[in-house]
Ligand binder design. Structure first.
Ligand code: HEM
Ligand code: HEM
Length: 178
């Protein structure tokens, strides 16, 4: 029985988790704690938000390939079949969020006529023209999804800690570097 994720899966999980949480807080901070739209700090932070978040698209492609070509550890038998199913669904939704967040972010940027830059090196090819009607739809989508995923990640972290400290099973350790 497999008891641990592969080293590559662990590196991808922790790298993407760090980038995702960092980007989330920058987006939230610049939108809610910098009141003035003309404050240069806001555009600097939104720029940083975009330049880092777009890398998740590339990492996601590698991670998806890795996930389908390498088995993951089984969940412990102490978990009920329903809970195992729910955990599996939760992971699928988290994967969807990992790609939906950067994609809706890029669509939002393009819809206002801005680029989607990657690590201050180059811009992703612009796939749509500036479009105020589309912006009115995609902006709330990006923002509401960010709140939903924020709540989900808190639940995901709480579940990981519950496995480790309360259930004392192998789930948390399976994602750790030994
Ligand atoms: C992992 C990917 C991403 C996450 C987790 C994320 C998260 C967030 C969050 C939390 C906010 C603030 C929401 C609020 O107002 O409450 C935000 C805003 C924003 N994000 Fe992202 N984002 C991601 C990717 C991107 C990308 C790739 C772009 C563009 C290339 C982008 C462009 C924006 C813009 C322009 C705003 C400001 C929206 C406004 O004008 O109010 N985001 N994002
Ligand atoms: C401090 C933050 C985090 C901790 C402690 C953590 C912990 C874990 C642990 C222990 C696992 C493997 C056990 C399991 O749940 O089956 C896991 C899997 C996973 N995590 Fe996280 N995680 C964190 C952040 C994130 C973030 C931010 C995301 C994405 C937005 C994420 C997405 C996933 C996904 C999709 C899996 C399933 C992997 C698979 O089976 O293919 N995690 N996480």
């Amino acid at each position: 029985m497999k008891t641990s994720y592969t080293l590559t899966a662990k590196i991808l999980h922790w790298l993407m988790a760090t980038l995702f949480i960092f980007v989330w807080f920058i987006g939230f901070y610049s939108d809610h704690f910098i009141i003035s739209n003309t404050d240069p700090l806001r555009s600097t932070l939104i720029g940083l938000h975009k330049n880092i978040a777009t890398t998740i698209i590339f990492l996601f492609c590698i991670r998806l390939f890795w996930r389908y070509t390498h088995p993951v550890p089984d969940l412990p038998d102490t978990m009920s079949p329903t809970l195992k199913k729910l955990t599996h669904i939760m992971h699928i939704i988290l994967y969807m969020m990992l790609i939906l967040m950067p994609v809706t972010g890029c669509l939002l940027s393009w819809s206002v006529g801005y680029p989607a830059p990657v690590l201050y090196l180059f811009n992703l090819p612009t796939l749509i023209h500036a479009n105020p009607e589309f912006k009115a739809i995609i902006k709330p989508v990006h923002i509401y999804l960010s709140w939903i995923v924020g709540i989900m990640v808190v639940g995901h972290i709480a579940a990981a800690f519950k496995h480790h400290f309360i259930d004392k099973d192998n789930v948390f350790k399976s994602m750790m570097f030994k």
